[in-house]
Ligand binder design. Sequence first.
Ligand SMILES: NC(=O)c1ccc[n+]([C@@H]2O[C@H](COP(=O)([O-])OP(=O)(O)OC[C@H]3O[C@@H](n4cnc5c(N)ncnc54)[C@H](OP(=O)(O)O)[C@@H]3O)[C@@H](O)[C@H]2O)c1
Length: 221
Amino acid sequence: MKLTIFAATGGIGRQALEQAVAQGHDVTAVVRNPKKLSRQVRVVAADLAAPDPATLELAVKGADAVLSGLGARSSSDTGVAWRGTRAIVQAMKAADVRRIVVVSAAPIGTVPSPGRPNPPKHDPGDGFFVRNLLGPLIKAALRKHFADLAMMEDVLRDSGLDWTVVRPPRLTDGPVTGAYRTAYGQNLLRGLLISRADVAHFMLRALRQPETCKRVVGIAH
Ligand SMILES: NC(=O)c1ccc[n+]([C@@H]2O[C@H](COP(=O)([O-])OP(=O)(O)OC[C@H]3O[C@@H](n4cnc5c(N)ncnc54)[C@H](OP(=O)(O)O)[C@@H]3O)[C@@H](O)[C@H]2O)c1
């Protein structure tokens, strides 16, 4: 496939790039700092905090699918996930590209957003510990980051594109195993960890699974 990978220098993005190339895909990487790329592929430089629509359109033109590991590196970057994803969606529409898979986060199912002001109080996949202790702590600490991701999910739901949102719990730098659990629309009971490599593995796998279109997918080891 011809794939355009946004944020291919991030933890998940780099894994997606490596695995996509290893699987024989023809990859275009969109990054803000091409010097950080781990592979020589076609590269488009773009700062997604202030994206140029024509550059992004060129980056996705002719792609069979788009993958994105975009997310704020620091609190000063917050907002980049939804604004950058909005720009990616606009570029895809202009270039007539329909399929996109992005990374969100496990707690987002219970985070309110303008498009989803009354989410359920608890994710059905969260056990007692996550519901009552870990979840509230993490949501308080990462409130702005999660609001950004929740708005990113709004952008995709409203896009009319064939999107998949992957919601991982805590990320690790473990190896690719392919041995993970997934669930539609909810988190995984006792699923507290997943490697970045396995999230990337699933993102690529989802491209061959049309049933993941317009779905949120929880994932965990
Ligand atoms: N950490 C966790 O445990 C955890 C758990 C669940 C979900 N998540 C979500 O998963 C996402 C991906 O995780 P990760 O470990 O792969 O994150 P990461 O390593 O921080 O990667 C973030 C990517 O976004 C890019 N980016 C940020 N601002 C940008 C901008 N203005 N223009 C262009 N690119 C920009 C970064 O580019 P540079 O390489 O140039 O900085 C990097 O490639 C996170 O951002 C988070 O939202 C994280």
